[in-house]
Write a protein that binds this ligand. Sequence first.
Ligand SMILES: Nc1ncnc2c1ncn2[C@@H]1O[C@H](COP(=O)(O)OP(=O)(O)OP(=O)(O)O)[C@@H](O)[C@H]1O
Ligand SMILES: [Mg+2]
Length: 311
Amino acid sequence: MEQELATLTKTALSVRDLAVEFPVHGGMIRAVDGVSLDVMPGEALAVVGESGCGKTTLARAVLGLQAMAGGEISVGGQRVDGNLGGQAKRIGMVWQDPFASIQPKWTMRKILEEPLKLAGQSADVVQMMEQVGLSAALIDRYPHELSGGQRQRAAIARAIALKPPLVICDEPTAALDLSIQAQILNLLKDLKAETGCAFLYITHDLQTVRYLADRVAVMYMGEVVEIGETAAVFESPKHPYTRALLESSPHLQEIGQIPTAPLGEIPDPTEHIPGCKFASRCPLSEGKCIEIHPNYDGEVGQRALCHFPLN
Ligand SMILES: Nc1ncnc2c1ncn2[C@@H]1O[C@H](COP(=O)(O)OP(=O)(O)OP(=O)(O)O)[C@@H](O)[C@H]1O
Ligand SMILES: [Mg+2]
């Protein structure tokens, strides 16, 4: 117990058995279904998986923007207490759309100084701009006068302004041109080293995971089916789903976008699946997989939610 408490206070993010449900026509979707993960200070954990697997819902729950059906979350050692919205202030957030994180009617100066002012701190806006590679000449410009990449830099400057214990980036480069994507990734990598903040990096793009993330969590239908050190998971995936993702991703080509369905259709998310959720698409599934829900094959390090993990 003591040891568990000590780990909790040291982690930037700790998620235990998180569940989020949405009532939908025809039933209930368990969009996040028993997710547990930790991110340590200074570490980047990538969350990858096909569209609809629950990545953004996980992020919204961590931000306290999403009611939880079960589980516990703490950020910087403090429990997210279900007071919706209260947590968001303590976390830096970068969304896919660079406009989503910034006020279109404010100048860069106002956009960048606002989070610090709200926290009662003085802001060196020029220094904030320099830190994210924005020219100080843009200080009195409005967001629509900037490029998408410049707006995303501004959003990142805001996200790290208060040196939060945790920064969440949800597909931060997906809306940007390819050449700009690389620049933003470089910036995030530099800032991770400079600030010591922990990063939860949500993406479809497996190539960028390799570049940016120390560890990676692979989600499938609301569950983390595999988690481990990035290099280990890429070189030797334990879950057949991870292997399928890696094999189907054109990782020898330029962009590592995950195709929508590497192994046929994903089951209806409202359907109750008693066994492994991947069994219907898994080339290795046996009777047990369809009948019994698997447990992780280990407690620490690289682990997979599979009855027959790969070697
Ligand atoms: N507000 C909502 N009401 C009902 N269902 C929802 C809601 N938000 C998300 N969902 C469902 O929850 C599941 C997870 O959605 P989520 O947006 O978290 O996926 P994602 O992994 O972020 O996908 P993407 O890669 O497309 O962004 C999906 O089945 C989605 O349709
Ligand atoms: Mg999403």
